[in-house]
Design a protein around this ligand. Structure first.
Ligand code: PLP
Length: 453
C-alpha cells in the first residue's frame, strides 16, 4: 500500500500533537523518525510511506500467526455480524463456552476452569486475587502473601506491579503497592556454572519460600523465560523444583504464560516442557493471535471449589472486567486454536526453531555479542557494549526493514511461528547485519537520528 510521503509526515505531526505512547521516552521519540503502520500481512508490516518491515517481535509477542490471517479475520467478521458483546456475569454465550472447553482440554491436565479477562495484566491481577481469596475462603486469611522473582514482569496494574516491582520504573508509586518479596532470579547469561548447571540459582527462591511459607498464598513466575528482565531463559528443572517446593508448603503456583503461552517456546504451554501443572495459568497476547484483547486464567477444579458459598459464608469472586470473554475476541481465540490444530503450527514451526537456534549460536561468535541463547521461536543476544549498542542495533535493524526492540543490553527475535522460510532467512540476515553494523555506537541522539534517516 503506498501513500504520498507527506501523508506519513502529516500523521507523525498529528501524533506528536495528541498521542501519549506507552514505554516511550518523550524526548527521544520527538527527535527520532518513527513508523506509522497502516497495514499488516503475514510477517510484514507496512508504514504510511509504503516501507515494509518484517515483524521480528510479533507485535509485542502477540501475532504468533502473523498479521491478517484470513481464517481469524473471517471468524471476527462472522462473529461481529451476530453478537458483539454480552456479559459473563450471571449469564453466558456460546463463544465463551466453546473457548473455555477448548482451552481446558489443551491445557496441562487438571486445569479445568477458564476465567476470562481483557489483557495480560488483568489476568495476572485475577490470578493473584484468586490465590489469596482461596486461602481466605478456606479459613486461612494469614496466607495472603505472594512471592515473585527479581526483575519479573507481570503487567502494569498495581497488583501485578507489586509482584514485578522494579525500582527504576516504579519508585514514584511505591507507596501504592503491596510489594511481594522477590527471590534472585535464574540468570543463565551471568551464571558461572552454566555449563554444569546444578540449579544453584534455585537456592534463593527456596530460602524465601521456606521463610515466608506460613503467610504465603502463591508463588508467581514466568515459566522458562523471564521476558522483560531480558529474555532470561532458564531450564525446565527449575520449574519442577518449584512445583515440588510449593507442594511441600501447600503454596499455590501461578504460571504467568502471558508472553510464552500458545506455542512460543515450541510447546503449546511453557509448563509442558517441565511436565508441570501449575494451580493457575495466565494466558493473553497470542491467545487471539494478537487480533483482539483477551486473556484467561486457567484454574484447577479444587481451587474453583473453594469459591462455592457455604451456608455461613459468601465466597464469591467479586472481580471481573466489562469486556472479559467478549464474543468477538473469543471467536478470534477459537479461530487461533483451530489454525494451530488444522495447520499443524507447532510441528511446522520446528524448522523455524532450528533456524533460530543455529543462527543465534552463530551470532554468539560475533565480536559485538557477549552471550546468546534460544528457546523455541525466541532468539536472544546480549550486546558486549551494553545498552547503547543494543539501542543502536535495533535502530539499524528498523532502518533495514526489520522491526525489533531492545531490552536493556538485550536484542531478541521472536517472529510469527508461521513465518515463511524466505522471510525468516531475511529476518536473520538483517538481524546479523544490524549486529555487525552496530560496532561503533553513536554518541548523541543527533547521530542516532542521522542513522534512522
Ligand atoms: N505478564 C507477562 C509475562 C508479560 O510479558 C506481560 C506483557 O508483556 C504481561 C503480563 C502484561 O500483559 P498486558 O500488557 O497484556 O497487560
Amino acid at each position: 500500500m503506498s501513500m504520498p510521503p507527506s501523508s506519513h509526515n502529516e500523521l507523525r505531526r498529528k501524533d506528536l500533537r495528541c498521542l501519549w505512547h506507552p514505554y516511550t521516552r518523550i524526548n527521544d521519540f520527538e527527535m527520532l523518525e518513527f513508523p506509522v503502520i497502516v497495514q499488516g500481512s503475514g510477517p510484514t508490516l507496512t508504514d504510511a510511506d509504503g516501507k515494509c518491515y518484517l515483524d521480528g517481535i510479533s507485535s509485542w509477542w502477540c501475532a504468533v500467526l502473523g498479521h491478517g490471517h484470513p481464517r481469524i479475520v473471517e471468524a471476527i467478521q462472522r462473529q461481529a455480524a451476530v453478537l458483539q458483546h454480552s456479559i459473563l456475569g450471571g449469564m453466558s454465550h456460546p463463544r465463551a463456552i466453546e473457548l473455555a472447553e477448548r482451552l481446558t482440554s489443551l491445557a496441562p491436565r487438571g486445569l479445568t476452569r477458564a476465567y476470562f479477562a481483557g489483557d495480560g495484566s488483568s489476568a495476572v491481577e485475577a490470578a493473584l486475587r484468586m490465590a489469596v481469596q482461596s486461602f481466605h475462603n478456606q479459613g486461612h486469611p494469614e496466607r495472603k502473601g505472594i512471592i515473585a522473582l527479581a526483575d519479573a514482569y507481570h503487567g502494569d496494574t498495581l497488583g501485578a506491579v507489586g509482584a514485578g516491582y522494579l525500582e527504576s520504573f516504579h519508585a514514584p508509586i511505591r507507596h501504592l503497592l503491596n510489594r511481594a518479596p522477590q527471590a534472585p532470579s535464574p540468570h543463565c547469561f551471568t551464571c558461572e556454572a552454566r555449563s554444569r548447571c546444578d540449579l544453584r540459582c534455585f537456592g534463593g527462591l527456596q530460602q524465601l519460600v521456606e521463610e515466608y511459607a506460613a503467610t504465603t498464598a502463591a508463588v508467581i513466575v514466568e515459566p522458562l523465560v523471564q521476558g522483560s528482565a531480558g529474555m532470561r531463559i532458564y531450564p525446565p528443572d527449575y520449574l519442577r523444583r518449584l512445583r515440588q517446593l510449593c507442594d511441600r508448603h501447600g503454596i499455590l503456583l501461578i504460571a504467568d504464560e502471558i508472553a510464552v503461552g500458545i506455542g512460543r517456546t515450541g510447546r503449546m504451554f511453557a509448563c509442558d516442557h517441565a511436565d508441570v501443572v501449575p494451580d493457575l495459568l495466565c494466558l493473553g497476547k497470542a491467545l487471539t493471535a494478537g487480533t483482539l484483547p483477551l486473556s484467561a486464567v486457567l484454574v484447577r477444579e479444587e481451587l474453583f471449589d473453594t469459591f462455592r458459598d457455604t451456608p455461613r459464608q459468601d465466597r464469591t469472586f467479586y472481580h471481573g472486567h466489562t469486556f472479559c470473554g467478549n464474543p468477538i475476541a473469543a471467536a478470534a481465540a477459537i479461530a487461533t486454536l483451530e489454525v494451530f490444530e488444522q495447520e499443524d503450527i507447532l510441528h511446522r514451526s520446528i524448522q523455524l526453531q532450528h533456524a533460530i537456534a543455529s543462527a543465534f549460536t552463530r551470532f554468539g561468535g560475533l565480536a559485538c555479542v557477549d552471550r546468546c541463547n534460544s528457546l523455541g521461536a525466541i532468539g536472544v543476544v546480549r550486546m558486549r557494549e551494553g545498552i547503547p549498542a543494543a539501542r543502536h542495533a535495533a535502530r539499524i535493524a528498523i532502518n533495514l526493514g526489520l522491526l525489533i526492540r531492545p531490552l536493556g543490553d538485550i536484542l531478541y527475535l521472536c517472529p510469527p511461528l508461521n513465518t515463511p522460510e524466505v522471510a525468516l532467512q531475511s529476518m536473520l540476515a538483517r538481524f546479523e547485519e544490524a549486529l555487525e553494523s552496530a560496532k561503533t555506537v553513536p554518541e548523541s541522539i543527533g547521530e542516532l537520528r542521522a542513522i534512522a534517516e
